[in-house]
Design a protein around this ligand. Structure first.
Ligand code: PRX
Length: 645
């Protein structure tokens, strides 16, 4: 029996053109061969891919080991990820990073420049006493120095945890404390939409209490905005040696941690998703080659911030390990004008462009025909990620941005999966607006019903699960083994990795993502736990109870509605609502601000005291209430809520 009913019906389909198949990195023949190999011998196939794509210091014998679900990949192999991303490309004599700043300064770093820079900064980090296994928080915008910081940590075997620069000091502190970071790397300040954001002040606030284990705050002088130095502060310019230094890349076991990246779950506390070195790098490399058809001459612009997984896998680790040229832009998409993206593509000959549906919907709204005023002929592949793309935005992307010549790769994956899992391969798959098409070779997904039975028939919605482990899978949750097992493996008795998404097949076997099955909302492609926002709201002195749900939003995909009951009545509700938005912004970050806030005397609860979020979801979405309300403790509240929503 399907868990969710689906009524979507999209008939437009676009087959690969000759120019997508000609010279493609991955062809139908490759797909057939690899599918057969995976069927015959999974481990050998992963092993061959790992050997041919990664530069190993010491090769491996064990492909997969460890006790389920704590799998280890290539664990007796040794490598250094930074060496894979930089050292092996310096002889190519090509650009590694093109950086465009918000005030339109352009800076280019070749692979040799990057290599020299990383070696110097690694030297500086080592001099501060940081050694293998230490955790380092990176709280910076997407600039070359943040990439240098990530790759220098990787060179020394330090575990980095990049925290999105838009997070508040409280959210930052939670993460610093959770991973017991020894150092924090930040900037004095940076510009966003023409405004100065003082990152250093946010860091100072974050470590004011309970962070005595932080030895150093390293400040990159990005904006000449540092007024005074605190005792733990060291300046980037002070510690970076003037002369060139060489630091031997530390040979890491393949299953040693490369990074921790925090993501929201359905409970309040963010989860520190752990990724290891060899397995993670493998899926990053092959998906960049297969899905993005990444080639030596490409200029790849993935607009994601390095604070998210997309920034890790498709700005930094994947493309650089392939020796590509990446473009990074550290400004706002609409600043100083709404054509910024098109201008950057035109001026820099971007050939692969990867962004989120939210960005596309915003751009489409502000300037439907804007892309037509720019020469975007350099583009050859377009990508989307983070949330389902609605067919209207897909068609606009395809026709107006890509001039109907560029395939759109709608890539489904998660922080936990490390790399693309379900996505079209441009030379192979026919594209239909709204589906991420088929699983990539080696990725064994299924859609299952509540009993864990596979749903193969079209249009039956169920839980999207992954049946076999894959190299770039998360290695667990930092400091919480039980939560890892409980969150991802327990629902179907450890048989499958549970993604938390629901999906269906269409008649051609394409997969359509239908949304989350847990209490997670996806605002502008960013995953936020509703519990986390609720905890922030109830910590406000006037709030008694809060429930957070999502509803469909034209631009953001999903937006947040908060239902609030107060400790005491308040006269000016709209002022209080603004106050609460500010409060959430302070506690988590402005991305988590509720779009709508509704106040009522109490919240609908079952007799056992559980808030009936499903009912609130119906109300927020303007749907009929389908759930049984007879178990409600306070049935009359529904009428009150109906009037205010
Ligand atoms: O719900 C799915 C949605 O984003 C979730 C993962 O979020 P996060 O870990 O923050 O990573 C975002 C970037 C990979 C998924 O569980 N999602 C991601 N990509 C798609 C998507 N939903 C539909 N279509 C996609 N292409």
């Amino acid at each position: 029996m399907s868990i969710i009913e689906s009524n979507l019906d999209e008939k437009r389909s676009f087959s690969p053109r000759e120019d997508h198949t000609k010279d493609a990195n991955f062809t139908k023949k490759d797909l057939l061969r690899l599918t057969k190999q995976f069927k015959n011998n999974r481990n050998k196939t992963w092993s061959d891919l790992a050997k041919s794509n990664i530069l190993w210091d010491k090769s491996f014998n064990d492909v997969i080991s460890g006790k389920a679900p704590f799998y280890k990949w290539f664990s007796d192999g040794k490598l250094n990820v930074s060496k894979n991303c930089v050292d092996r490309h310096i002889s190519k004599n090509k650009s590694a990073i093109i950086h465009i700043s918000e005030n339109n300064k352009r800076k280019v770093l070749s692979y040799s420049d990057l290599y020299i820079y990383i070696n110097k900064f690694s030297y500086a980090l080592r001099k501060l006493g940081l050694t293998s296994g230490d955790r380092v928080i990176i709280y910076m915008p997407t600039i070359p120095e943040s990439i240098v910081a990530m790759l220098s940590c990787a060179r020394l075997g330090l575990i980095h945890s990049v925290v999105f620069a838009g997070f508040s000091s409280i959210a930052l502190r939670d993460r610093i404390i959770d991973c017991k970071a020894k150092a924090i790397i930040t900037v004095d300040a940076y510009m966003r939409s023409g405004k100065i954001i003082n990152s250093k002040e946010i860091v100072d606030d974050a470590i004011k209490v309970d962070c005595e284990f932080v030895d150093n705050v390293i400040v990159y002088e990005n904006h000449d905005a540092l007024s005074s130095k605190k005792t733990k502060d060291v300046l980037w310019s002070e510690i970076l040696p003037r002369e060139e230094k060489y630091i031997d890349p530390v040979s890491m076991s393949s299953d040693e941690l490369l990074f921790i990246l925090y993501t929201s779950g359905s409970t309040g506390k963010p989860k520190g998703i752990m990724h290891t070195s060899g397995g993670y790098l493998l899926n990053c490399i092959i998906t960049n080659k297969w899905v993005f058809d990444l080639k030596d001459q490409d200029i790849f612009w993935c607009t994601a911030d390095i604070g998210w997984i997309t920034g890790h896998s498709y700005v930094v680790y994947g493309p650089l390990a392939c020796g590509a040229t990446i473009l990074i832009y550290d400004g706002a998409p609409l600043y100083p004008h709404s054509n910024r993206f098109w201008e950057i593509i035109q001026e820099n000959n971007v050939s692969i462009f990867y962004t989120a549906p939210t960005a596309l919907r915003t751009l489409m709204k502000v300037g439907e025909n804007d892309p037509s005023n720019y020469n975007l002929e350099s583009l050859r592949i377009l990508g989307t990620v983070g949330e389902p793309i609605n067919p209207k935005a897909w068609m606009w992307y395809f026709e107006t941005v890509g001039k109907s010549l560029c395939p759109i790769v709608d890539t489904w994956w998660q922080t936990e999966t490390g790399a693309n899992m379900i996505a079209p391969i441009p030379s192979i798959n026919s594209l239909i607006p709204g589906t991420c098409t088929k699983p990539l070779p080696g990725i064994d997904v299924a859609i299952v019903d509540i009993n864990g039975e596979e749903l193969r028939d079209p249009n039956q919605g169920g839980d999207l699960v992954i049946r076999q482990p894959w190299p770039s899978m998360l290695a667990g949750i930092w400091g919480d083994k039980d939560r890892y097992v409980e969150t991802y493996w327990s629902k179907y008795s450890s048989k499958y990795y549970v993604t938390g998404d629901t999906a269906r097949y269409d008649e051609d076997g394409n997969i359509w993502i239908m949304g989350r099955s847990d209490d997670v909302v996806n605002v502008s492609g960013h995953r936020l736990g509703t519990m986390e926002i609720e905890s922030a709201l109830v910590s406000h002195r006037l709030v008694a109870e809060a429930a957070v749900v999502s509803y469909k939003h034209e631009i953001k995909g999903e937006a947040i509605q908060a239902f609030i009951s107060l400790k005491q009545s308040s006269k000016n509700k709209s002022e209080l609502a603004d106050d609460l938005r500010q409060w959430v912004s302070l506690k988590i970050g402005s991305i988590a601000k509720p779009e709508r806030i509704s106040f009522s005397d109490s919240l609908p609860k079952t007799r056992s005291g559980k808030i009936m979020r499903r009912l609130l979801r119906n109300l927020a979405r303007g749907e009929d209430i389908t759930s049984d309300t007879s178990t409600l403790e306070n049935e009359s509240i529904i009428e009150q809520l109906k009037k205010i929503v």
